[in-house]
Design a protein around this ligand. Structure first.
Ligand SMILES: [Zn+2]
Length: 145
């Protein structure tokens, strides 16, 4: 029986993946030695699979960097949340320790503007908490259980 290019092309995927029988492998080897067209076919198969693997790698890296970015944002928000809560409490506590007094002309004199600072930190804490909650919700929504 004449071994045609058609038969070899049917066998090429198996040959490429090294899953064909020894006899088929020998047959393909012999044919490839004499047929440039089928050699090209095999080469093309190699490059196609390489490209596919590269695309998969890029996808994986993209997913990892996306996740990492998300985690970094959450970490930043968490840090700013705790820091601003601490700063807020610190301001209120030190305000109560240092105290304030009403000046002779009726204006409230507070040291180091602690009350406005505690409001600012409190606001930052609230903002971080809200954004953190939103990102957490978005994250959980994206990850189906
Ligand atoms: Zn051929």
């Amino acid at each position: 029986m004449q071994i045609t290019c058609e038969i070899i092309r049917d066998l090429l995927p198996l040959y490429h993946d090294h899953v064909c029988s020894e006899d088929s492998c020998k047959l393909v080897d012999e044919h490839l030695a004499t047929c440039a067209k089928c050699r090209m076919e095999l080469e093309q198969m190699n490059t196609e699979i390489k490209v596919k693997n590269n695309l998969d790698d890029v996808k994986v890296i993209k997913n990892i960097s996306k996740k990492w970015k998300m985690d970094r944002v959450s970490a930043f928000l968490m840090g700013s949340l705790f820091l601003s809560i601490l700063a807020c409490i610190g301001c209120v506590v030190s305000f109560h320790i240092i105290g304030s007094y009403v000046a002779a002309d009726g204006t409230l004199v507070e040291p180091f503007a602690l009350i406005p600072l505690s409001y600012i930190f409190g606001f930052i804490a609230l903002l971080s908490g809200v954004v953190l909650g939103i990102t957490y919700m978005v994250k959980n929504k994206r990850r189906p259980k």
